[in-house]
Ligand binder design. Structure first.
Ligand SMILES: Nc1ncnc2c1ncn2[C@@H]1O[C@H](COP(=O)(O)OP(=O)(O)OP(=O)(O)O)[C@@H](O)[C@H]1O
Ligand SMILES: [Mg+2]
Length: 576
């Protein structure tokens, strides 16, 4: 297992990014120390009280009560201030992370598990809060308590203190291997929990696939294996925990009994007063707890160092290239792709040397075999990925220099899988729009997308909840909502990636008509397997294995490109 050593430098570098209100930490710890201080004086006063049992001074009693109450109040305010401090840090850190996550490029998400990323946002930040607001201050007060008790005991009776000073490290030594083991198991337990969490989320998210493929048996076995591992680790942890307290208790009893024995002997021989013995025993407990608290502090440190590392890792990731401040109105400009080469993974380009041109207000179609790179090309235009080489130009501007927000606002993509957000139909239609959209406009868009019919039939109309990933809609309904959303966005370049693939032929014909309307006065790029969509295009680019093998109108390509002719023949066969 990788040993995680805590690096204060990394931790504080991370903290500095959220500008913690350190004064709150200081005030909280000081207040906590005041509480501890009162706790230190109380045993001494108890001793005095016992020593003067026959003629108790009311002043002493009142003083003690005041001290105890003051200590409690100081402790309460300390908790309050530290709570504020920790919550402030954690919420700022979460905001920072959330903003970062939303600005990371698509590539980052291609290569990570969403479950793990959200765990950083939720769990790792809590871990940091825990160290800062709980463990760190209590470790500070624990050290204070330890030193304070020790000093007071020394001034009271150095011989008895000596016994304790020898015994405490002995007990600690005894506990060290157990604590190391417990730390190790704690880490394993955390890992196993995270794994169960992430695996179950994945499986439950694809429950239809699981059921349709009779995967329950497999998932049951693999889930049970995870649960069994957790059980094993949990039992081990219980075993170790069960050892810890008896050992501590036994050591304490031995210590208390020997001190008591020695103390009683001293009291009987008259070299010690009864009250002093009692306060001594009270200090004994005061000196033991800090040892435990400090050892827990080290546990906590090693846990936090993992969290720090994971959060810092995300914060150091490269963000999406936002371009420059350049704002360009792209209407009436030609979209041109020059020598574009791109690879998802280094060394195996998916697109190479792509060239194409889309004159304003024309329809450019892309056709070609599956896996050829058509959707990838659209992703490049969306600037989800950056080209390895080559350029995308709009008019004379390199697209990568245009302000990203400005660019994406002017283009629209209806994707292959008609992505939707959980929520209502209305929320989905208006998603990301910053202008006010009237009820009439919405229905007009829905009508054009041939989606008004089924929405009107729904009991809750536009307020219908569509479920996670839109499971409560049919594929065709989802697609029509995606198209309606594109209508509302009113983009200057419209990209349709098989936008009508899951519609029946009647609604497809209607949507095609609507798209025909939508295509007016804007540049449209379409990817289509269906011939009807591409025959009318001004220009067809045939994309195969990441290159443009040929382009022209349908008529031209049929004659010039045998591959295209064959492709078309096959498509016709498919329709028949
Ligand atoms: N996010 C990704 N990471 C790595 N490789 C990818 C990714 N997306 C696609 N690919 C690969 O890139 C190639 C092109 O995929 P792309 O989706 O662009 O094809 P396509 O032409 O749209 O195919 P289809 O007609 O089936 O939709 C494929 O070989 C695919 O495996
Ligand atoms: Mg595709």
């Amino acid at each position: 297992m990788k040993k995680t050593t805590f690096k204060f430098k990394d931790f504080f570098r991370l903290l500095d990014q959220v500008h913690p209100k350190y004064w709150q930490l200081v005030v909280g710890t000081l207040l906590g120390s005041l509480g501890t201080l009162s706790g230190l004086i109380v045993p001494k006063m108890t001793g005095n009280l016992i020593n003067t049992f026959r003629h108790i001074s009311p002043g002493l009693v009142i003083g003690m009560i005041v001290l105890i109450v003051a200590g409690l109040i100081a402790g309460m305010f300390s908790g309050l201030v530290l709570g504020y401090f920790g919550q402030d840090v954690i919420s700022k850190m979460r905001r920072l992370l959330w903003q970062k996550l939303l600005n990371l490029p698509v590539t980052y998400y291609d290569n990570s598990k969403t479950g793990e990323i959200s765990s950083r946002l939720v769990n790792d930040t809590s871990q940091i809060n825990n160290l800062l607001a709980n463990t760190l201050p209590s470790a500070v007060t624990a050290v204070l308590q330890f030193i304070g008790s020790l000093v007071i005991m020394l001034t009271m009776d150095w011989q008895m203190t000596l016994i304790i000073v020898v015994a405490v490290p002995l007990i600690t030594l005894l506990m060290l291997p157990i604590m190391a083991q417990s730390r190790k198991i704690g880490k394993i337990l955390q890992d196993k929990l995270a794994s169960l969490n992430s695996n179950s989320t994945t499986v439950l998210g694809e429950i239809r696939l699981v059921k349709a493929s009779n995967g329950e048996e497999t998932e049951l076995t693999s889930g049970n294996a995870d649960i069994k591992k957790l059980y094993d680790v949990g039992v081990k942890q219980a075993f170790i925990n069960s050892l810890t307290s008896p050992i501590i208790n036994m050591a304490m009893i031995i210590l208390v009994v020997s001190i008591l024995g020695y103390g009683v002997y001293r009291v009987m021989t008259g070299s010690m007063r009864m009250g002093d013995l009692v306060s001594f025993l009270m200090y004994l407990f005061q000196i033991m707890t800090p040892v435990i608290v400090v050892s827990q502090f080290f546990n906590e440190l090693s846990r936090t160092s993992g969290a720090t590392e994971r959060i810092s890792e995300i914060l150091q990731e490269k963000e999406e290239n936002k371009g420059t401040d350049l704002i360009v109105d792209i209407s009436g400009k030609t979209l041109k792709v020059q020598d574009l080469t791109f690879s998802y993974e280094e060394g195996s380009p998916v697109l190479h040397g792509i060239n194409f041109e889309a004159k304003p207000n024309t329809v450019v179609a892309f056709a070609g075999p599956s896996g050829g790179g058509k959707s990838t090309l659209f992703s490049m235009i969306e600037r989800f990925y950056e080209p390895d080489s080559g350029q995308i130009l709009i008019g004379n501007h390199d697209v990568s220099l245009i302000d990203l927000d400005n660019w994406r606002r002017q283009i629209g993509l209806v994707g292959q899988n008609s992505a939707v957000m959980p929520g209502t139909i209305r929320e989905n239609l208006l998603y990301g729009l910053d202008s006010e959209v009237g009820e009439e406009q919405i229905w007009e868009a829905l009508k054009m997308a041939y989606a008004d019919g089924f929405i009107k039939e729904m009991e809750h109309g536009l307020e219908t909840q569509i479920g996670e990933r839109g499971v409560k809609l049919s594929g065709g309904q989802r697609q029509r909502i995606a198209i309606a959303r594109a209508f509302l966005r009113n983009p200057k370049i419209l990209m349709l990636d098989e936008a009508t693939a899951s519609l029946d032929s009647e609604s497809e014909a209607m949507v095609q008509k609507a798209l025909g309307k939508l295509m007016k006065n804007r540049t449209t790029l379409v990817i289509a397997h269906r011939l009807s969509t591409i025959v009318d295009a001004n220009q067809i680019y045939f994309i195969d294995h990441g290159t443009v093998s040929d382009y022209g109108t349908h008529e031209e390509l049929i004659h010039s490109t045998p591959l295209y002719a064959e492709y078309v023949r096959n498509q016709f066969k498919g329709i028949k």
